[in-house]
Design a protein around this ligand. Structure first.
Ligand code: 13P
Length: 258
């Protein structure tokens, strides 16, 4: 079972739509210059909602191999939910991926595993791939409880999913203490938890489903550390924050084997 590596850049609340166009064009140019093969590695940008239409226009207009995603989605289909964005609206914009349960959503918007589960379901039902985030804070890590903590999040996020739905989804392990801190988990730390997640999927479903599901690492990934992280058997890609905001740097991350 070969899992195609996935390099996703979560821009968070950075860049307006004009800056988004500039970054996507720069990324495309940098990858084209390097003869990048999009069939071997998926490259995804995840801009704020207000940028998505502009990103769609340049990606489709120039037939780029880059895909794009959204940072969140409403659990509701439509109606009186001020400020929310539905899965159908995202689908209409050609969105491929939706990040659900990012630690910043969990912390600042009170998203629990049940909400994450609902959002992942909404993404799948609308034909998009959820990138389901999990990860422990520093206290949990210090107490040595990181693996059970993350597995409980996974159990909650995947509740009620079929094996097929899990295999179509992406999991992102992002230890909170390594996000935006410059404190990158060691490749061994990343492997430990990504492997434990894969074992859990094989217990909940079967070996085949576990072997098909892509598991990413996120937290201070840069071009200088990505190759060592990607060398680990159970790490299938990266969810990149800060380093995805610069075309040259993110293109190097996407070419982790270069
Ligand atoms: P940084 O790469 O900036 O640490 O952010 C990681 C992240 O949260 C991606 O979703």
């Amino acid at each position: 079972m070969t899992r195609i590596p996935l390099m996703a850049g979560n821009w968070k609340m950075n860049l307006d739509h004009l800056e988004a166009i500039h970054l996507v064009q720069g990324l495309h140019m940098a990858l084209t210059d390097a003869n990048f093969d999009y069939s071997k590695t998926e490259v995804v940008v995840i801009p704020p909602f207000t940028d998505i239409r502009s990103v769609q226009t340049v990606v489709e207009g120039d037939e780029m191999g880059i895909k794009y995603g959204a940072q969140d989605v409403s659990v509701h289909a439509s109606g009186a939910y001020t400020g929310e964005v539905s899965a159908n609206m995202l689908k209409k914009l050609g969105v491929s991926y939706i990040v659900v349960g990012h630690s910043e959503r969990r912390e600042y918007h009170g998203e629990c595993d049940q909400k994450v589960n609902q959002k992942a379901r909404v993404a799948l039902e609308n034909g998009m791939t959820p990138i389901i985030c999990c990860g422990e804070g520093l206290e949990v890590r210090k107490a040595g409880e990181h693996v059970p903590h993350v597995l409980a999040q996974i159990d909650g996020a995947l509740a009620g999913f079929s094996a097929e739905e899990v295999a179509k989804s992406v999991i992102a392990y992002e230890p909170i203490w390594a996000i935006g801190t410059g404190e990158v988990a060691t490749p061994e730390d990343a492997q430990e938890v990504c492997a434990a997640i894969r074992v859990r999927i094989s217990e909940l479903y079967d070996e085949e489903t576990a072997a098909a599901t892509r598991i990413l690492y996120g937290g201070s990934v840069k071009s200088s550390n990505v190759a060592d992280i990607m060398a680990k058997a159970d790490v299938d890609g990266a969810l990149v924050g800060g380093a995805s905001l610069e075309a040259g740097e993110f293109s190097k991350i996407a070419r982790f084997d270069a």
